[in-house]
Design a protein around this ligand. Sequence first.
Ligand code: C5P
Length: 233
Amino acid sequence: MRIAIDGPASSGKSSVGRLVAEALGIGFLDTGLLYRAITRRAIDLGWFTAPITAADVAGAIYEQVRRDLTELARTTDVQGSGLSFTMVVGDVTLADSQLEAADVELYVPAVASIASVRDALRAVQRNVASRGGSVLVGRDIGTVVLPDAECKIFLDATAEERARRRALQRGFAVGSSEHQAILTSLIARDAEDRARPVAPLVAAADAITIHTDQMALADVVQRVMAEARKVAR
Ligand code: C5P
């Protein structure tokens, strides 16, 4: 069984996907970590000197940057198995904690908008999915990476609710400046992910959309499990 879970930033894809995979005894990969890992390496290598959007990176002056990022993507892989994968770019292993920083979130939509970067990472994602069953979470899993997945879910929630949850998860008070910064950042990131021409953030035509604003995490997990059971019959 392959379960594709897509949705906007901080919509609970990882928490839900991991719990569903655990319950079903299958693998789990958060594909956003692949894009974050390449972005982290590019920042650390000093390739970005000013904020850059998906629209900017498509321009002629960024041709060399696009080529360099594609080379990085071609050396990117995951290490591990089951519920636990670590990102590796070239010979550099990146801990998940290195991939959560605000600078990564600023640049990642631009990196993820490059078609040749996505082509390179698709193979890594399909390779994981082919090892027995898997839950893959991301933006284009149901539309591009696994268009024939048995179960497709699109998790949605208002930006306000997603920012509230993310702020609390990171230990920031609701209404704090950190909460406001999270809201601003996720709205900007979603806009870029939705607008890009290649593999944009959109629900697959055959995905079940679940609006989670009024739902507890356990209820969302139960709902996804129920959808998975329907197709497993
Ligand atoms: O899911 P997460 O927030 O970690 O994803 C980080 C970024 O990676 C997204 O904002 C998006 O630009 C990109 N991404 C993508 N396709 C995926 C997963 C993530 O373009 N399947």
